[in-house]
Design a protein around this ligand. Sequence first.
Ligand code: GLA
Length: 410
Amino acid sequence: MKRFTMKLAALLTVVCMLTACKEETKPTETPAAVTETPSVTEEVTPEVTATPTPTGSKHGAEWDEKTLKDRYADSFKFGVALPSSTFRNEIHMKVVKEQFNSFTFENEMKPDALLNRDATQKGYPDTNTEPVLNFAGIKKGLDFAKENGFGVRGHTLCWYSQTPKWFFTVDYQSGSPLCSREVMLARLESYIKQVMTFCQEEYPGVIYAWDVVNEAVDIRTGDANGVRKEKNNWYETIGPDFINYAFLYARKYSDGTAGLYYNDYGCEGKKQDIVRILAPVKEAGNIDGIGMQCHLSTGDNMRNAVYRTAKFFTEAGYKVQITELDIGTSLKGERADLIQAMKYKALFQLVEEADKNGEIDIDSVTVWGLHDTASWRSGENPLLFRIVGTITKKEAWYGAMQVPDIAAME
Ligand code: GLA
């Protein structure tokens, strides 16, 4: 073991020298903004049916029994994004139960999944300001959460993407003109009211955070204040204050058991804009925190992208959650695994320490997917597990656990 550790350390030093500088000067644009389509669903890789057995890893057998949720129990919940198909996969659910204590529906709680198009269209004009929703797709997951003591992040109530065009038109037909501000405010209020009320009444206490508004800041193509305009029907119909109204309604219908969050990608580059745009929402007392998606790459600097940004939000009076963590890499093979693990280690070290000493106020970290094949960035292998016959821990998992024989690389 000792010989292996020394070899590993030597390899890491060389690898760092060869790659770290080059990579860190190559920040990647977060791809979240460009995806409109739901990410790939999982279960595409055939798997052996045996229950995963401990690997007796090179880091020592003692790590086989440890779990992410226990490792960070004193600091934050450890969550994972799951498509509904995972709830039917016993092998994967065993890992989910062991490792995590929170989840986010990958797509099933988004407006395009909850809005019932047929019933809403058929009911018009009675449904004009009361769209019909269908909660069938989230019941299994919420039942699982209730039975197994998981918390759920409610993702997401108001988003420019994955919200169908027909929802914004006068008679709910895709080709019809867009509605007035007044009607869209009423639809927004009804939608938020129905989703929150269903969850609060049927699954009290299960949702602990709502992403009330997702990705409303776009400093490249947004309006003068930085609010996203492009392809944004909320902006088109209501105007930039759709953000304020979404939070107003969320506060109005909240039973107080869940925090209200603004969620976005690329927070390092737009943190000032986010805080400026949210100032009136904060002033009105309608927001609790900011969700930093953290779709990162091994070329990103973890101190800047995560620690400094989270500290900035904490100092501005917001709680922080890391809501969609993945660290993609364009490197290949063992080298990719090691660098990625070192980045995960740095991130968790920084966040845990800053949480412990009160520099950041964070109570939840969620990875955006269970394993690489299920990731929306599967080409960049960004997650903590991969399928090798069956679901298997990557070096990244050990990095996230902060094992001593992986060095941190900020
Ligand atoms: C954004 C959204 C997520 C997800 C990812 C891509 O980050 O907030 O819900 O759609 O894009 O998968």
